[in-house]
Design a protein around this ligand. Structure first.
Ligand SMILES: [Zn+2]
Length: 287
């Protein structure tokens, strides 16, 4: 599943363009082809077809794991969920015939520059919204982990306000927006915190370490264009730098102890039992 660094990388490529395609911004959406109706969460397809064509793409950013496309009058929001992917391609082939639809394409946005944005999603969990205000969909999201407002003190207060195990809590998008299974496991290892610790057990120093670890792994993930692992996302190389995720049975890079795996809330969780002791009173300095 794409997490914050992967979505950030996708947004950056669409906003700036790259060697394979021009930027998305500044172009007009002329037509949308909805190939799987349930991909559209809001509004109904007829309203989308009446409202979207003719609007110019004015801005593009990320909020949590959502892609936000600002248009003249509306906002187009996209969540890739388990297997969604966005592809920019010319809509016509060299012989002037229309480019065929690829397997698992769910929606096609045709632009006035001869390109189209294809939303491909094999598992069909991804969703698209067209709304007046982003808050209609994004309003319940927690803080942005790389945002200025997300301070160590804020995280400490948030952790104190509930009594929940760290792993499921950090995956809860209303607590913090953007983390998924990979970066949560990585952040907990870097912070030296066991995934089953209860949030209100953490002292201020541990909360600050967790805050720093979350930001550190996300920034590193973005720097390496995300993680290309168990998902169709391509182009990232953070997978070669993972400390615990997917490394069950391999030695911890810090202490050599065998990385273990357990299932917490139906999510596989990877951790080092030595660097991340279950007893929260043990404060380890993890370099
Ligand atoms: Zn270790």
């Amino acid at each position: 599943m794409p997490e914050l660094p992967e979505v950030e990388t996708i947004v950056r490529n669409l906003r700036q363009g790259n060697e394979e395609h021009p930027p998305l911004i500044g172009h007009t959406i002329e037509k949308i082809e909805l190939l799987w109706q349930r991909t559209l969460a809001m509004p109904i397809p007829e309203e989308l077809n009446n409202t979207l064509p003719g609007q110019v793409i004015r801005g593009l950013w990320r909020r949590g794991k959502f892609i936000v496309i600002e248009l003249d009058k509306n906002y187009l929001l996209i969540h890739l969920r388990m297997s969604g992917d966005l592809r920019m391609e010319t809509s016509q082939l060299a012989d002037a015939s229309l480019r065929p639809v690829e397997l698992h394409d769910r929606a096609l946005f045709y632009l006035n520059n001869g390109w189209r944005l294809a939303f491909n999603d094999p598992r069909k969990f991804g969703r698209i919204w067209l709304v007046q205000e982003p808050a209609e969909v994004l309003g319940a999201l927690g803080p942005e982990p790389l945002g200025e407002n997300f301070t160590a003190q804020l995280l400490y207060q948030q952790l104190k306000s509930v009594r929940r195990q760290l792993k499921p809590l950090l995956l809860d998008q209303s607590f913090l927006a953007g983390l998924g299974n990979i970066y949560t496991d990585e952040a907990l290892h870097l912070a030296g915190l066991h995934p089953l610790l209860h949030s209100n057990q953490l002292n201020e120093e541990q909360a600050e370490r967790l805050w720093g670890a979350i930001r550190n792994v996300l920034k590193e993930g973005i720097r390496h264009n995300g993680t290309s692992i168990d998902w169709i996302y391509r182009g990232g190389n953070f997978q070669s730098r993972l400390r615990v995720y997917g490394r069950t049975g391999e030695p911890c890079l810090i202490c050599g102890t065998t990385i273990q795996r357990m299932v917490i809330g139906q999510r596989s969780t990877h951790f080092c039992p030595r660097c991340q002791p279950a007893n929260c009173a043990t404060i380890k300095q993890v370099v």
